[in-house]
Design a protein around this ligand. Structure first.
Ligand SMILES: [Zn+2]
Length: 99
């Protein structure tokens, strides 16, 4: 039987891989509300019911696929754009371009 990795092992594997290829490895806060904010403008609409698959931002009007939006946010958080990424302090000042 094929062994399935648990999260710990998976993380370790990722870390090892990224070290090998000297890539940046970032662990984000699992409580980061990645599906609760607009990846375009940062507006926070709060918790969504899991049934809701797409959202339209009340602030900028952008329509997002729920998962796509979350993925974009995770990417942002991982790159240190977010205010409360406590574990990884990358103080990179980035200008957010609001379109
Ligand atoms: Zn928005």
């Amino acid at each position: 039987m094929r062994k399935t990795l648990n999260w710990r092992e998976f993380r370790a594997l990722c870390e090892a891989k990224s070290q090998k290829y000297s890539r940046e490895f970032v662990v984000i806060n699992p409580w980061e509300p990645t599906s609760q904010v607009c990846s375009e403008c940062g507006y926070k609409w709060g918790k969504l019911d899991l049934k809701i698959r797409s959202v339209q931002c009340l602030n900028c009007g952008t329509e997002h696929d729920r998962d796509e939006n979350a993925a974009k946010n995770i990417n942002k958080v991982g790159r240190g754009h977010c205010h409360d990424s406590k574990r990884t302090r990358i103080d990179r000042k980035t200008t957010s371009v609001a379109s």
